[in-house]
Design a binder for this molecule. Structure first.
Ligand code: BGC
Length: 740
């Protein structure tokens, strides 16, 4: 702590000294960025340059105290601002002002299918980050949902490149509007956690360009991201934090990225490679095999003294270092060296943002006989069952773990909402993980329960028989082996014997609602026996309020699945024909993992093999009904070749939102193409009886596939179909058009 204080004092006094003389060009915010950098770069010594490109603590790099350039602070990300840890340790710094608003996880954000909500999320998070003095948030994550076993899917935006691209760009813009850099992660192909440092991904270029890169490209080109984080794993036998093809050729070459490539923590492994292959800032955790707490750990980073030595020996050029420093200075000009908003923390507005994301992201998967919403006139005795109804979920899961100012639990949310209207009872039902601690942040909950599964099931079923409606709140949690970093799920099935409990509850009471809390799909063998199913995600601070509002019908559900909910794990291409995990090489600890399914990820695979999902990509119900009519294709102009138009009417009795989805089929393709691909969507809010025309543009890019031989996107002339509807398995309107 002493070190931080001294650095701050130095920076402040230098700033005063500088402003007393004539303002140097680099401090003049009215000048173009590059001119400011041209002025600043030559003022730096070699040591200062080297210091700028690697960490000085767990989450900071030093700036240049001599010139008054402040320390640069990063922090996780992506669901709220992580609590402050010690300078050199993962344990808590013990701050008392670092409790934040925990926003819903990114899978929930993706499920809103509402880019303006993503923008609002970014702005609110940026305001929290500013208030906490952070200059970069380590997020958002946009690795594609390739397998439901990936422990980190909850931090990402689903299986579809188009959806993820549309959602990530506004998040980045919103965050950066506050003068806080996004750090889009983990670039790229980090699609599972098992052996994440040692897995070498093998895939064809078509899959790379069509599936795994578009969201990153959108974050860079549409969102204007100022930083990107390399992934831990390997591609073409080279670690992705210093991967020539990915960082130099694609990111900085093809996409023209002018920002900073940050290593994932401890993701750098080699100085010459890191120098040559595009890494600009090294962060980490005891890299280079250093033992914990070595006094000069940061000096030994790959981009620290080892780099300086190579420079002094004339083995690498100063120009390459200057190029990295230029990028870092650009990042600082955009953040710490610019006038920016001061931010705010835990404001009512931020909680409203959290509630809106949750309200629009919760997905009503099934609702037979309109069991939901709960009607207190009919449902006088309500039984809530399940550990996730009482377990705090903002703590845990890895680096996105938070210290929330408050977290409203599902049971409490329902009790508050139903106070005076109905009786709410609770039964535990199962014991999952009663602990709650991450890096020294503890939930303070005592969830220990020594009863046997049989006893817990018997109690829950006895109570269920007396109730008018039963709300089971279960699913996964953020413990290792569930939805958590650094491990994958061991199985597609629900853990802790929950299937047995749910089946017993379904027999005890026909009015059973299952609320599944997770960032991943889970196997639901009881799906047909349960009348109502809600996908609740990890909703953060406002979990209980948001869930209660949906279950009670205060908010009308409008979330849509951002991934296919497979009936069985084998229905997923990665498991049917792809490889997961990789296979270990005989002679070294590298696992080769081949994405043999290629572009056939998610619904693209299900369409190809003619299998139905339990719940399709894009599926999500409402308490009202919508019809789509009068589809029409009209010619566009400029970049827009055509516009697909359709009339949407709210034919039910409640106001609500529907997401009109456009998928394109290339009928005359000369190459293998997916049966259909999402290429547009729009969320519309309609009063009962109201009709609106939704118009979705179709561009040449929307018709294109990536030709790996020619290394370019091609739209082939011929016939196409625009399919419009409200889910990937419900596309009633089909309109043919031609590209000449
Ligand atoms: C994670 C990153 C995270 C970083 C810093 C790494 O282990 O993979 O997502 O931003 O740690 O906490």
């Amino acid at each position: 702590m002493k070190r931080i204080f001294l650095a701050a004092v130095c920076a402040a006094s230098m700033m005063m000294a500088v402003s007393a003389a004539t303002t140097p060009a680099w401090l003049d915010e009215s000048l173009p960025l590059e001119q400011r950098i041209d002025d600043l770069l030559p003022r730096l010594t070699l040591d200062e340059k080297i210091a700028l490109i690697h960490a000085q603590s767990k989450f900071s790099s030093p700036g240049v105290a001599r010139l008054g350039i402040p320390t640069f602070w990063t922090d996780d990300g992506p669901h709220g601002v992580r609590p402050d840890v010690l300078w050199d340790q993962w344990e808590q710094a013990g701050a008392t002002n670092d409790s934040c608003v925990a926003f819903p996880a990114l899978t929930c954000l993706a499920a809103t299918w509402n880019p303006s909500v993503a923008h609002r999320y970014g702005v609110s998070l940026g305001e929290e980050a500013r208030y906490r003095g952070k200059d970069m948030i380590l997020g958002p994550g946009v690795n594609i949902y390739r397998t439901p076993l990936n422990g980190r899917n909850f931090e990402y935006m689903g299986e579809d490149p188009y959806l993820a691209a549309q959602m990530v760009a506004p998040y980045v813009k919103g965050l950066q509007s506050q003068g806080v850099s996004a750090c889009v992660k983990h670039f790229a192909l980090n699609n599972n956690e098992f052996e994440r440092h040692n897995t070498n991904i093998i895939l064809d270029d078509r899959a790379l360009y069509e599936i795994y890169l578009p969201a990153f490209k959108a974050a860079v080109q549409q969102g204007g991201a100022w930083a990107i984080m390399g992934a831990y794993n390997l591609y073409q036998n080279q670690h992705l934090c210093h991967n020539k093809r990915m960082l130099c050729d694609i990111l900085k070459g093809e996409w023209g990225f002018d920002g900073v490539v940050v290593s994932d923590w401890g993701g750098a492994h080699d100085t010459p490679e890191a120098i040559a292959n595009g890494l600009d800032m090294e962060f980490g955790t005891w890299t280079n095999g250093l033992s914990e707490g070595a006094r000069n750990a940061y000096d030994n980073y790959y981009l620290a003294l080892p780099y300086k030595k190579l420079l002094q020996e004339g083995k690498v050029s100063m120009a390459t270092l200057d190029e990295k420093v230029r990028r870092v200075l650009r990042l600082m000009m955009r953040t710490t060296l610019t006038t920016r908003p001061r931010g705010s923390m835990c404001s009512d507005e931020h909680y409203q943002t959290a509630r809106q994301v949750a309200a629009e992201g919760i997905v009503l998967l099934k609702n037979d006989k309109n069991l939901l919403p709960i009607n207190p006139a009919k449902h006088r005795r309500i039984l809530v069952v399940g550990e996730n109804a009482i377990k705090m979920m903002t703590v845990g899961g890895g680096s996105s773990s938070l210290k929330a100012q408050h977290e409203i639990l599902p049971l409490d949310g329902l009790k508050t909402r139903l106070a005076g209207l109905a009786e709410v009872d609770y039964a535990r039902g199962y014991v999952g993980d009663p602990t709650g601690e991450y890096n020294g942040v503890t939930t303070g909950q005592s969830l220990k329960d020594d009863r046997t599964p049989d006893q817990l099931i018997a109690e829950a079923c006895d109570k269920a028989r007396q109730a008018d409606i039963v709300v089971f709140v279960g699913g996964l949690n953020k413990s290792l082996g569930q939805d958590a970093e650094d491990s994958d799920r061991q199985s597609y099935a629900l853990p802790y014997d929950q299937n047995r409990l749910i089946e017993a509850l379904a027999k005890a009471n026909k009015n059973l609602v299952v609320v599944n809390i997770s960032g991943n799909a889970v196997e639901m063998p009881w799906r047909k026996q349960v009348p109502a199913i809600v996908q609740g995600w990890f909703l953060g601070s406002e979990t209980g309020t948001a869930l209660a509002r949906i279950l009670m019908g205060d908010d009308n559900p409008s979330g849509k699945l951002p991934f296919s909910w497979y009936e069985k794990l084998e229905d997923c291409g990665a498991h049917a024909i792809g490889q997961y995990p990789g296979t270990k090489r005989a002679d070294e600890n590298i696992w080769d993992e081949e994405y043999r399914e290629g572009i056939y990820v998610g619904y693209r695979w299900l369409d190809k093999v003619k299998r139905k999902a339990a719940f399709a990509f894009g599926h999500g119900m409402s308490y009202t009904t919508f019809t789509l009519k009068q589809g029409q294709i009209t010619p566009g102009n400029g970049d827009v070749l055509y516009t697909a138009n359709v009339q949407v009417t709210n034919t039910g009795k409640r106001a609500g939102s529907e997401v009109v989805q456009l998928y394109i089929t290339d009928i005359d393709a000369s190459v293998d193409r997916p049966e259909k691909e999402l290429k547009g969507f729009q969320k519309v809010f309609l009063q009962p009886g109201e009709t609106r025309v939704v118009s979705i543009p179709i561009t040449r890019q929307d018709l294109s596939y990536y030709n790996a031989v020619q290394q370019r996107w091609i739209a082939e002339p011929g016939e196409f179909i625009a399919r419009l509807g409200t889910a990937s398995d419900n596309l009633p309107i089909q309109l043919k058009f031609r590209l000449d």
